[in-house]
Design a protein around this ligand. Structure first.
Ligand SMILES: [Fe+2]
Length: 330
């Protein structure tokens, strides 16, 4: 029997991280990684940065110490115990429109797929749920095309309740509200100038279980398979892929490995590395092979991010590489 498909994303919209010190992380991703700070929420202790490709490529929330945090109108946004530690907050997946999001939500609920919560983010509606490894996933649709008119600079609490069964008494919209021609912003003074977030890499001890989840509930298509690695993509086929899942046999490192940002060219990767070196900013790892030219940075909490240019659409053959290196080489 074929597993049912529920959410069918176009692409990865953003990653969201739990960070120990918000201003320290915001400063790193802005002044080093070149992401513009689009808007921030002092009450939630959260910041949202990006290139303009989506309303944000990277969100970050300061760890909670285990205490609950509330959104707009008293919404319990972060329940007690959630976000106590540094780690992945969630990966967020952009859907075509609200009608598809609501339809997926209703079918998932009817089939008793465990769902976490549904919320209104003022520029998006979202459904959250967990993958079989406990990684949190957000499936969202934009509800406003020109999101910068709503979210910019310092914001009061943004998020409130959303009931997909009663969207303001009207049927959910089937209009696509993502921006097809976004204005891409760069941080001139930063050594790195990313164009967009493209994919995330997860590691797991159970590759088949995770692939099954992301190709059924998560609606991605498996586009390639290598040694202990599965490459999955949303509907937008001009991206190579949006999620890579790497199998690890040891117990360490299960979950989020990194998120990857595309640069303009191989020359842009070279220039970024030189600029980082001239500022004594350490580069965690460089990759220069037939598939891609890239480097990794490690943020103040230890999270990795990759900045790359892809030389070919082909996936690399990793069968001769040690499994611990595979998440870096995909
Ligand atoms: Fe999010």
């Amino acid at each position: 029997m074929t597993a049912s498909i529920y959410f069918q994303p176009r692409r990865l919209g953003h990653a969201n991280l739990w960070v120990e010190n918000l201003s320290r992380s915001q400063s790193f991703y802005n002044s080093v990684c070149g992401l513009t700070v689009e808007f921030w929420e002092p009450d939630l202790i959260a910041s949202f940065l990006g290139t303009g490709n989506t309303p944000h490529d990277l969100g970050m929330i300061e760890t909670t110490g285990g205490k609950a945090r509330y959104g707009r109108n008293g919404l319990l946004q972060i329940p007690e115990g959630v976000g106590a530690e540094v780690g992945l907050g969630h990966l967020a997946w952009e859907l075509e429109n609200e009608a598809e999001l609501v339809d997926a939500y209703r079918r998932a609920r009817k089939d008793k797929v465990p769902l976490d919560m549904t919320v209104d983010h003022q520029v998006a509606h979202s459904v959250y749920l967990y993958d079989p490894d406990g990684n949190s996933m957000e499936y969202y649709c934009d509800t406003v095309k020109d999101w910068r008119t709503i979210l910019h600079g310092e914001m009061e609490l943004i998020t409130s309740a959303w009931d997909p069964d009663a969207p303001d008494g009207k049927e959910p919209s089937s209009d696509p509200l993502y921006d097809e021609h976004p204005e891409i912003r760069t941080v001139d003074d930063a050594p790195v100038h990313p164009r967009r977030v493209t994919h995330a890499v997860l590691v797991t001890q159970n590759l088949e279980q995770l692939v099954k989840f992301y190709t059924s509930v998560g609606g991605l298509t498996e586009v390639a398979r290598g040694a202990g690695v599965a490459y999955l993509r949303g509907r937008l086929s001009h991206y190579s892929y949006h999620l890579v899942i790497c199998e690890k046999q040891d117990s360490e490192g299960r979950g989020y490995h990194h998120v990857s940002f595309e640069l303009e060219s191989v020359d842009a990767v070279d220039a970024s590395e030189k600029a980082l070196e001239s500022r004594d900013i350490p580069i965690e790892l460089r990759v220069d092979n037939a598939t891609k030219r890239s480097f990794y940075l490690r943020d103040p909490d230890g999270f990795l991010s990759e900045y790359y240019y892809r030389r070919t659409a082909e996936q690399p053959d990793l069968s001769d590489d040690p499994p611990r290196m595979r998440p870096f080489l995909v």
